[in-house]
Design a protein around this ligand. Structure first.
Ligand SMILES: [Zn+2]
Length: 275
């Protein structure tokens, strides 16, 4: 899985963007403590750019909701989120992450997204799982309150982070197999694993004119349009046009034959009058 990260930085010069040099040694987890509907990552990005957050001053690096992640500060600048003072380890040596609690969001998914982000950051900065801290660890505040309040919540979160750090275990390939299409050998390779055949999805779907996108937890397969459906629709349109053309011609023809009849009658009357 990969979660979209949108960079929407607090403008330079604001009181909540102090700009002290940060070399991340820890990652600090928070819960937003805002259960209002709509209090998602985007709303917090807006909040951090506003005057209230600047006045406190309050800031952190990421807000994670169930769909997306907003980044509010560059990772080489500190934020004010840990409550341990101007020179506190939390404030000056940790990346701050807020997990959303908005009631119109999926909290479980937000936690999953946060676990993914933490694993990504640990890898990026070459840090161990022991460097993931609670806001509580720096200042004694009951935060992240949802993870702290749920039995096994914090341990479960760390386990989810760890799961992302472990390399995926792959099944043993028994042997490779050739792939023939319409009787012709291809350069593509398949695999025999536990008596099942595995072939690259993008290759197979591509053969029938579909498309495969995405990576990580799932792939997205777009099947080719059903054959003939577009053509059939086009023909139906043409038929309608032809039908109305025929009707117009028929009307014109009727008018013409009426005129002919009239002319004939006039001619006959004239002949009779002369005769
Ligand atoms: Zn906090």
């Amino acid at each position: 899985m990969a979660v979209q990260i949108i960079q929407d930085f607090i403008p330079s010069g604001r009181r909540n963007r102090p700009g002290y040099k940060l070399t991340p040694k820890y990652i600090t987890i928070h819960d937003t403590a805002n259960t209002q509907a709509g209090a998602d990552a985007k709303a917090h990005a807006r909040y951090l750019k506003g005057s209230t957050a600047a006045a406190i001053p309050a800031s952190w690096h990421f807000t994670v909701d169930d769909k997306v992640i907003y980044q509010h500060l560059p990772l080489d600048e500190n934020g004010w989120h840990a409550g341990d003072g101007t020179n506190g380890t939390g404030n000056r040596q940790s990346i701050g992450i807020e997990i959303c609690e908005n009631r119109d969001g999926n909290r479980a998914q937000a936690e999953k997204n946060a676990a993914w982000l933490v694993a990504k950051l640990l890898r990026e900065f070459n840090l161990g799982l022991d460097r993931v801290k609670q806001h509580y660890d720096w200042s004694g505040k009951n935060c992240p309150r949802v993870l702290r309040g749920r039995p096994g919540g914090w341990q479960g979160f760390l386990a989810a982070v760890e799961a992302h750090l472990k390399p995926a275990t792959l099944p043993k390939i028994d042997r490779t197999i050739g792939i023939h299409v319409d009787g012709k050998t291809t350069a593509e390779t398949g695999y025999l694993i536990n008596n099942s055949t595995y072939v690259r999805a993008a290759y197979l779907i591509g053969l029938i004119g579909g498309k495969v996108t995405g990576h990580g937890d799932y792939i997205d397969i777009v099947l080719p349009a059903k054959p003939g459906q577009a053509e059939l629709e086009e023909l139906r349109k043409k038929l309608k046009t032809a039908e109305s053309d025929i009707a117009a011609l028929q009307a014109a023809l009727n008018q013409e034959s009426q005129r002919k009849e009239n002319a004939k009658r006039l001619l006959k009357e004239a002949e009779r009058a002369l005769g």
